[in-house]
Design a protein around this ligand. Structure first.
Ligand SMILES: [Zn+2]
Ligand SMILES: [Zn+2]
Length: 244
């Protein structure tokens, strides 16, 4: 047996021997569900129409609210708000390598995508593009959370992941605590996109979208190649900053 398979088998045995409890309410969860129980997950998900631009609640599901319709910001698809219960568990994925909630949240994202597609409010992309980490950051963290999410979406929707084309060439400071303008300056030139990219419609994949600075920086490069960009993430903020 290959070493990687042995490690995988050991991890399976360890996780099978641990109690399978909800991260939020600590109630037991019946396998194969993991991470979050149905009740806690459901309490954090959107249950009303949400504007794909600013994330505000709307009366009728359409792509943009009236304000965003004028500005046509990048569409951001998420199953929940970053500020209503589930954001904390998404932070655990990135900062503590606590992956328990990742499958169930990825599934919630896919459900949201499929719902919007069935309503004619979203066109599926040809390829998924995970937001890249700088190689130094990735080595330190050991993984790129955007890749893990993209892989989970690929398993469910069979949309391939672009493995080449976009890279992060600057190891920038953390964006936390910066103003909008400082964020844009901090990220300026941080990414590089190949001169040609063989797709017309992509979905950028990230764990969360708060101010939208990162995804807008990347989307600008794709738009110069006339490539349509939408963003799929596990949670989003209600961000007026997306509009500026
Ligand atoms: Zn629970
Ligand atoms: Zn809006």
């Amino acid at each position: 047996m290959k070493p990687s398979l042995v490690v995988g088998k050991i991890m399976q045995l360890i996780s099978a021997s641990l109690p399978n409890r909800c991260l939020m309410c600590h109630q037991s969860i019946a396998l194969p569900a993991r991470g979050l129980c149905h009740v806690c997950l459901d309490s954090g998900l959107y249950h009303q129409p949400i504007c794909q631009g600013c994330g505000c609640a709307m009366q009728v599901q359409c792509i943009f609210c009236g304000r965003c319709l004028l500005k046509q910001p990048i569409a951001v698809i998420a199953p929940c708000s970053y500020h209503q219960g589930l954001g904390e568990w998404i932070g655990l994925i990135k900062y503590q390598a606590q992956f328990a909630a990742l499958p169930v949240l990825s599934q919630a994202l896919v459900n949201r995508v499929c719902e919007l597609e069935s309503l004619g409010l979203l066109r599926l992309p040809q390829v998924l593009v995970p937001v890249p980490l700088h190689i130094n950051r990735q080595r330190k963290r050991g993984f790129n959370q955007a890749w893990l999410i993209a892989d989970s979406i690929y398993q469910q929707l069979n949309i391939p992941i672009a493995v080449q084309g976009l890279e992060r060439v600057l190891d920038t400071e953390s964006q936390a605590g910066l103003t909008g303008q400082q964020r844009r300056m901090n990220l300026s030139g941080a990414f590089r996109l190949a001169d040609s990219f063989p797709y017309q419609r992509i979905a950028l994949i990230d764990d969360v979208v708060t101010t939208g600075t990162t995804v807008n920086e990347i989307a600008t490069m794709f738009k110069k190649l006339n490539i349509h960009v939408q963003v799929w993430c596990l949670a989003r903020a209600e961000a007026p900053g997306l509009l500026d």
